[in-house]
Write a protein that binds this ligand. Structure first.
Ligand code: SDX
Length: 378
């Protein structure tokens, strides 16, 4: 078989586009957004400022950031029609699908090419308000007004808890939103770009991203990791659980990564947050954390020789629980963050658009099969 004809299953190791948005340094276990170390961005920046960075390719001057914040905050409020859309979808489907429904409704008037950045900013601004009100409706409550001055992280916590959030909760969620904002072309981002490459619109690209992120091998892992901690139930049961799990060829959720074969730098940062969350929240958060610590240690012992280490989804369940985010919504919080990565890649790809249309290697029957009428087929 010609080398050019070899199939790269799962596109493993294949470069499908050029991008300046992030660098994943797998050798040193570092992640950079437009050259900035994400750990420094998590410590010193905000999700809003990182969104500006990803959408514009540089950090804003003060006046630019203030204008950007004003625009974002003006869009964080849901219009009465948007609230009705959220209520309709939230009553009929899960959180990821409800987010997708919102963007489907938004794409009914596809934006003109010249307005795509405006719509990208609007899409980023709306995500947290849509999710927060989706959680309310699915708990039997009414949607409420957003509090834009709390920022995207603070407003999401406010909508979920109906209370002004503690400062540590806002910091935790803002850091998590920063750490999940962009990661090159994982399945969901690649899907969003495939949709954009046909010159569909930015909202439709987000719908593709959402429906792809939903899978347990991708964005669904944090929720699965939470339930594995619950299933273990006690730190002293970790080793026996792990033995059984690996013997049954099941996977440790929140472990392993297609690109990182060492500790995911985001996971390292979230682990420190989880330790603080366990101290601050105590109770079952502390128990979950203790289970996670034992499981990390035992699983690294068993799996690290195969390049399997914790990824970003291993520690987030502890922090989400401390913030008051229910496990069924962990993936949707990831999505709220990644909306900016999806739209940033779409806008970047459109600068030099090329329809994405790979080939398939034919393995079917010899062409020219003779058609036999059904009566004669026995
Ligand atoms: C995200 O790509 C991104 O950037 C994604 C992401 C982002 O920011 O967008 O980082 C977010 O998706 C993080 C990944 C979250 N998913 C999980 O935690 C689910 C559990 N992990 C996996 O299923 C797995 O590690 C993947 C899917 C993440 C990556 O798998 P690969 O690269 O396709 O590797 P593979 O499935 O071919 O596994 C290689 C071997 C297999 O063993 P063998 O069949 O060769 O004997 O490693 C084993 C696997 O069974 N393996 C695991 C394992 N992950 C892989 N064994 C136990 N536990 C695991 N978690």
């Amino acid at each position: 078989m010609e080398a050019a004809q070899r199939v790269h299953k799962g596109l493993e190791g294949v470069y499908v586009l050029e991008s300046s948005l992030c660098l994943i340094d797998t050798e040193h276990g570092k992640l950079y957004y437009v050259g900035y170390d994400v750990e420094e961005l998590a410590e010193k920046s905000s999700y809003e400022e990182v969104s500006y960075l990803l959408l514009n390719g540089r950090l804003p001057r003060r006046s630019e950031f203030e204008a950007f914040l004003t625009k974002l905050r003006s869009e964080m409020e849901l219009t009465p029609e948007e609230k009705r859309d959220v209520q309709y979808a939230a009553k009929r489907t899960g959180p990821m699908d409800a987010l997708a429904a919102f963007y489907l409704f938004a794409s009914k008037d596809p934006p003109q090419a010249k307005d795509q950045m405006e719509h990208a900013i609007k899409a980023v601004a709306k995500a947290g308000s849509v999710l927060g009100n989706t959680i309310r409706v699915q708990r039997g409550e009414e949607p409420i007004e957003s509090q834009p001055e709390l920022g995207i992280a603070g407003n999401l916590i406010y909508l979920v808890t109906s209370k002004r959030p503690e400062q540590y909760q806002v910091e935790f969620l803002d850091d998590i939103l920063i750490l999940h904002a962009e990661h090159g072309v994982p399945a969901s981002t690649f899907g969003a770009v495939v949709t954009a490459s046909t010159l569909s619109d930015v909202y439709s690209s987000i719908v593709t991203g959402l429906m792809t992120l939903k899978g347990p091998l991708h964005g669904g892992a944090a929720e699965a990791a939470y339930y594995q901690f619950v299933e273990i139930g006690d730190p002293d049961r970790v080793e026996s659980w792990l033995e059984r799990t690996l013997a049954e060829k099941r996977r440790v959720m929140g472990f392993g990564h297609r690109v990182y074969k060492i500790y995911d730098p985001r996971a390292k940062y979230v682990k420190a947050m989880a330790a603080r969350a366990a101290e601050l929240a105590g109770g079952r958060v502390k128990t979950l954390y203790e289970i996670a610590v034992r499981l990390e240690q035992a699983a690294i012992e068993k799996l690290s020789s195969r390049g399997l280490f914790p990824n970003v989804d291993f520690w987030t369940p502890i922090v989400y629980t401390a913030i008051g985010i229910p496990p069924g919504y962990f993936t949707a919080v990831f999505a709220v963050s990644r909306v900016v990565g999806w739209v940033a890649h779409v806008l970047e790809y459109w600068k030099d658009n090329r329809l994405i249309r790979p080939l398939h290697l034919y393995t079917g029957p010899e062409p020219g099969q003779r058609y036999v009428p059904i009566e004669a087929r026995g």
